[in-house]
Design a protein around this ligand. Structure first.
Ligand code: HH2
Length: 302
């Protein structure tokens, strides 16, 4: 199993003090549990909108051995409308404050530097930015707080990104973009980054599959890799599962495969099931055959 390291400039749960800062070291794939506090999230329909429900869900994930919780107050599903910063903060801050200091790494899924800054002040440890830390203010916020960031690739903006995604060589373009954004972030003083090719963010099914097949290349690089395919439409296109909430089996299959390709973190709604399945996969310690390549032509017609 691959060994991974994420360096923090702040003391975070599970980290050890080194000359470089505070290091979180792990082997295989860690699970990042999704905790959306958005009334319009595509897969859970705003189930976590109430703080109590979100805290219950967090407790369940923690009990199952989930090491990172990703708190999101703005939906990024295709077509989702942007949310003002004050509203996003009203949604995420109570949850961060309630979970801070409970021994779990808290990630905040936001594209806004203002939200990231307040979230880090409230006790979050990591920023998950689907806009890839393109905003220099976001890089500064992470650097100042000593917080690592997840740098994700997205073509376009959530409102329009699935209209007509286009690439010459998707793998080369996405990997080059991620490496450049990582360099920019580290140059700005961000202590470390996770890289994410951004499944479903301005990509056709063929683009997503090409990027998933190229995971060994990305994982062989210097930065840990995160994959988030949980309940996404790609699962429906492959396996005909129209309702997002029914897509956990397909998600799990895809994420287990990603873990075997060297991915460091999988972002999932059914986080407890992921911990269980990854533990079994790790205990078996055997290479399982690759999933059969889906028929892309058939998916187009689906
Ligand atoms: N996907 C979503 C949101 N944030 N972050 C990363 N790093 N990678 C992803 O693939 C990713 C992400 C979209 O999924 P979800 O959070 O379930 O939906 P919504 O944005 O509607 O809340």
């Amino acid at each position: 199993m691959n060994a991974h390291t994420l360096t923090f400039g702040l003391q975070a749960p599970g980290t050890v003090r080194t000359a470089r800062g505070w290091e979180w070291r792990w082997r295989g794939a860690a699970v990042m549990g999704i905790l959306n506090v958005t009334p319009d999230s595509f897969s859970d329909g705003g189930r976590h909108a109430a703080l109590d429900a979100a805290l219950n869900s967090a407790r369940g994930m923690r009990g199952a051995g989930v090491l990172i919780l990703d708190i999101g107050g703005e939906s990024t599903r295709p077509g989702a409308a942007p949310v003002p910063a004050h509203e996003e903060l009203d949604r995420v801050l109570p949850l961060i404050r309630a979970l801070a200091g409970q021994g779990v790494l808290l990630s905040v899924d936001t594209m806004k530097a203002e939200v990231a800054a307040a979230a880090l002040r409230a006790g979050a440890h990591l920023i998950n930015d689907v806009s890839g830390l393109r905003d220099p203010a976001m890089r500064r916020v992470c650097a100042d707080a000593g917080a690592p960031a997840c740098v994700m690739h997205m073509q376009g903006q959530p409102q329009t990104m699935q209209a007509a995604p286009h690439y010459g060589d998707v793998v080369n373009e996405v990997h080059t973009y991620l490496r450049e954004q990582a360099r920019e972030a580290l140059n700005a003083g961000v202590p470390s980054v996770l890289l994410d090719p951004g499944i479903g963010f301005g990509k056709t099914p063929e683009h997503n599959l090409s990027l998933l097949r190229a995971l060994p290349d990305l994982s062989a690089g210097p930065h840990p890799v995160l994959i988030g395919a949980s309940r996404k439409r790609l699962i429906d296109l492959i396996a005909q599962v129209p309702h997002a909430a029914d897509r956990d089996p397909g998600t799990l299959a895809l994420h287990l495969h990603a873990a075997r390709q060297g991915v460091a973190v999988v972002r999932a709604h059914a986080a407890a099931a992921h911990v269980q399945a990854l533990r079994v996969q790790a205990a078996l310690g055997v290479e399982t055959p690759d999933i059969q390549a889906p028929d892309v032509q058939a998916m187009r017609g689906a």
